[in-house]
Design a protein around this ligand. Structure first.
Ligand SMILES: NC(=O)c1ccc[n+]([C@@H]2O[C@H](COP(=O)([O-])OP(=O)(O)OC[C@H]3O[C@@H](n4cnc5c(N)ncnc54)[C@H](O)[C@@H]3O)[C@@H](O)[C@H]2O)c1
Length: 454
């Protein structure tokens, strides 16, 4: 370990410290780093996070190598057949026309990189256990190709200590001294795919280095693509920052779902009440109920924390309860479908149900961990004739591996019940009103007076 381990948390913007988190470091220090000039940057993992990151880095003037194990993904990127906000699609078309933007599956090219950014998936398995295999494989590749002078930035959400376990230790075993020969940092990604309001460039970025110099190297690069950089005292602090952010969301979403149940029992519109509470200008952050959570963050990330704490026999009952409630939420939705049909004198078996929208949130094509998968699987397992309609998701893989295709033009009155799961901006949902029984799991459906909520 080098002696430049940081002792205080600092923020800098465009290379200058703008705020200081510790009282004893109050001077504004110039952190401009020559390594933030035009560099060869490799991005490992060109998915929902890696691709926009690579485009931002290219836009900041760096030569970018986008690496992915999936040739299909690389082909889709080359053909611009990818789920990006319109501004990023424009940037992609510009980038792929440049000789300084290279897409490849050849990891031998890594040794030419000045900076390597790791953005590979960190999913959970069917037992809700972290699946570290993609990240471990990616880190093995990076360590194997690392050379003196390189800076390596891990951005995948993961357990506290990953940067040290999967990068620092194996780099040291290879004889590379972290902080001198190579620089290693963790910087959690905060991108919100499909969000045009809070873009990657407009959101501050947290960076924690293994040493202070590591943090400066990583921060200097990332300052070119983020609103500003907040440096924390260690890679571990940065790793935990991401877990705090997403656990906070998970717990609050579980609470919002619970209040939805309270509102139903007490005969109150939960959305009206939450919006009213949100008029309080301090001490309250609104979260809203829904059919469950999906995507690659909220259903997964807190399980990395719970998993690692089990090793130390530490309990976090609030988080555990929230994650259990989140995992069960789609089952509650299925129960409500059964209850509402039963009130209409119909059993679930044989009933015709249309699920409207299956992506995990509005405006994206991403169906990973979408509650709709569990809901549709359970409905069909129970003998229900369940279809779905989603203009952004042509097909959905159910729990049993079967592929269910989206209907292109469903006829609403043909269904015993329509379950509203996701509402995309720009899509007309007028037809829903033609079905006599509408169950709204989004709590946001308007213009359907007879709709009930989950
Ligand atoms: N998607 C989000 O909204 C979001 C937001 C913030 C943070 N994150 C985190 O960012 C990380 C990446 O998430 P994502 O949504 O971009 O995942 P993704 O599945 O969209 O993309 C990951 C890409 O990495 C590739 N890959 C897998 N193993 C690889 C390897 N060994 N070498 C090279 N490429 C490899 C995959 O083929 C895939 O294209 C995760 O840790 C996630 O938790 C995601």
């Amino acid at each position: 370990m080098r002696n430049d381990t940081p002792s205080a948390a600092v923020s800098f913007n465009g290379g200058r410290v703008t705020s200081v988190a510790s009282a004893h470091e109050s001077a504004v220090t110039d952190l401009t780093d020559p390594h933030a000039r035009s560099l060869n940057v490799a991005v490992l993992g060109m998915g929902y996070v890696g691709l926009p990151t690579a485009l931002a880095l290219a836009g900041a003037g760096h030569a970018v190598l986008g690496l992915d194990v999936s040739e299909q993904r690389l082909a889709d990127i080359r053909d611009c057949r990818v789920d990006l906000v319109p501004a990023d699609l424009v940037r992609l078309r510009q980038a792929i026309a440049q000789p300084t933007f290279l897409l490849s599956a050849d990891t031998t090219l890594l040794s030419a990189a000045d900076v390597v950014i790791v953005c590979v998936p960190t999913p959970i398995d069917t037992y809700l256990m972290p699946d570290l295999s993609p990240l471990a494989a990616a880190c093995r590749t990076v360590v194997g190709r690392a050379r003196p002078g390189q800076t390596i930035v891990l951005t995948s959400t993961t357990y506290v200590g990953t940067t040290r376990d999967l990068l620092v230790k194996p780099l040291s075993e290879r004889g590379l001294d972290v902080g001198t020969d190579v620089h290693v940092a963790f910087s959690p990604e905060r991108i919100d795919p499909g969000n045009t309001k809070h873009t990657q460039a407009s959101v501050p970025r947290v960076v924690g280095g293994v040493t202070q110099r590591c943090a400066r190297r990583a921060g200097a690069l990332l300052a070119g693509i983020a609103a500003n950089i907040h440096v924390v005292s260690s890679a571990e602090a940065a790793e935990m920052t991401k877990l705090v952010e997403n656990t906070f969301r998970a717990v609050n979403i579980a609470l919002a779902n619970e209040f939805a149940e309270v509102g139903r029992v007490l005969g109150l519109e939960v959305m009206e009440v939450i919006h009213a509470a949100a008029t309080k200008p301090y001490g309250f952050t609104p979260f809203f109920p829904g059919p469950g959570v999906g995507g690659h963050c909220i259903p997964c990330d807190p399980h990395y924390l719970l998993w690692q704490l089990r090793r130390d026999r530490v309990r976090t009952p609030v988080v555990e309860q929230a994650m259990a409630a989140i995992a069960q939420r789609p089952l509650r939705v299925v129960d409500r479908v059964r209850e509402v049909l039963s009130d209409n004198g119909l059993p679930l078996r044989g009933a015709r149900v249309l699920v409207v929208g299956v992506t995990y949130k509005p405006g994206v094509e991403d169906v990973r961990e979408s509650p709709a998968i569990e809901i549709l699987s359970r409905l069909r397992d129970a003998g229900c004739e369940a279809d779905f309609w989603d203009e952004l998701a042509p097909a959905l893989r159910l729990n049993d591996g079967s592929i269910l295709k989206s209907l292109s033009d469903p006829v609403a009155p043909d269904y015993d019940l329509i379950l509203v799961h996701t509402l995309h901006p720009g899509t007309s949902y007028d037809r829903i009103a033609e079905c006599p029984t509408v169950l709204d799991a989004t709590y946001r459906l308007t213009n359907v007076d007879h709709r009930m909520v989950v």
